[in-house]
Ligand binder design. Structure first.
Ligand SMILES: *Cc1c(COP(=O)(O)O)cnc(C)c1O
Length: 345
């Protein structure tokens, strides 16, 4: 049976070119700072995001945790969206491991947090309060329909942070999707931030790894935090090599994933029994709701899986589908056929 795996863009496998680069990668001991391939990847990431330096880490979760540990001390407060990945999906590592106090503020459906509510959440100086140290923004916003957050918003948030002497971190797991959807240079999005993390192993299809980008002094601190988390790795050039291919070859094709996602969304919007907010479909993530009676999300997801189509039920009435490198337009046709059939029963 044909399978179309839309659970996540993390299911992407390395391309033949990545595998070749991995086999041929020059390596050294990266804890001694001697892996030339890792260094090249870090320099490339810094250049693309417009930061002084960068650090290769094992995962997006580790990248975010390293950044929290580098920005904040124990008991410091971090302001972040209530739908943010850091708050939702990282096992509470902020408090469990970093000792950071998370202050959530509601996200808008498009992933932004109203600037006024961030400002209201910043603590005045008072012995009763924790110190606000960090504002975290997510771009694209995973749980908010993969929304790309535009440069003018990022700038306003940066200006606010400066006014109050706090730092800004961008969880940019899919920041290149945001830049592609908004048709801007990624630097326009990262400029206002003190640090940004992004994933190589999602839409960019590398097998492993994320980057943390920031100033030289920030990265100097981040290297220590990575080490204490057990993330100092040795001949990492073999995986960094795939990351370099990801950054040079795979960024330019993300718009294809967005076009496929859009077509899937428009197809679903025409199927009675499914509810889709087309205004929110701008990148490679589609959220939709089955609204037919007696068809909860998990039941529909199982029926889809029986037909080779894999998606994730993220709530009793919500399903997520994500397009990526392995999904072609004819896969979208296949999914629309299957869905039409299941809902006309
Ligand atoms: C996937 C993701 C992460 C975490 O990445 P992992 O590599 O899975 O740990 C962080 N933030 C966002 C927004 C993500 O989508």
């Amino acid at each position: 049976m044909r399978t179309v795996d839309l659970r996540s863009d993390t299911v992407t496998s390395p391309t033949p070119e990545m595998r070749k680069a991995m086999a041929e990668a020059e390596t050294g001991d990266d804890v001694f700072g001697e892996d030339p391939t890792v260094r090249r990847l870090e320099e490339k990431a810094a250049e693309l995001t417009g930061k002084e330096n960068a650090l290769f880490v094992a995962s997006g979760t580790m990248a975010n945790l390293v950044c929290q540990l580098t920005h904040c001390g124990r008991g410091d407060e971090m302001i972040l969206g209530d739908q943010s990945h850091i708050f939702y999906y990282e096992q509470g590592g902020s408090s469990a491991l970093a000792g950071v106090h998370p202050r959530t503020v509601p996200n808008l459906p498009d992933g932004r947090i109203p600037i006024e509510s961030i400002e209201l959440a910043i603590r005045p100086k008072d012995i009763h309060f924790p110190k606000t140290r960090l504002i975290v923004l997510e771009n694209t916003h995973n749980r908010c329909s993969g929304s790309p957050i535009p440069p003018d918003y990022m700038e306003k948030a940066g200006t606010l942070a400066q006014k109050h002497g706090v730092s800004v971190h961008i969880d940019g797991a899919r920041i290149f999707n945001a830049a592609a959807a908004l048709e801007v240079d990624v630097k326009k999005l990262t400029g206002p931030a003190d640090s940004v993390s992004f994933c190589l192993s999602k839409g960019l299809a590398a097998p492993v790894g994320s980057l943390v980008c920031g100033s030289d002094s920030f990265i100097e601190g981040a290297v220590r935090q990575r080490k204490i988390l057990g993330g100092g790795m040795r001949q990492t050039g073999v995986i960094a090599a795939a990351g370099l291919v990801a950054l040079t070859e795979m960024v330019g094709r993300l718009a294809d994933d967005h076009a496929n996602c859009r077509r899937l969304a428009e197809g679903f919007a025409n199927i009675p029994g499914l509810s889709v907010n087309l205004d929110l479909v701008k990148t490679n993530i589609l959220f939709f709701d089955p609204i037919k009676e007696n068809l909860p999300a998990d039941v529909l997801v199982n029926a889809l899986a029986d037909n080779g189509v894999r998606m994730l039920a993220l709530g009793p009435k919500t399903i997520r589908a994500v397009t990526h490198y392995h999904i072609q337009p004819d896969d979208i046709d296949y999914v629309l056929n299957v869905m039409n059939r299941l809902l006309s029963k």
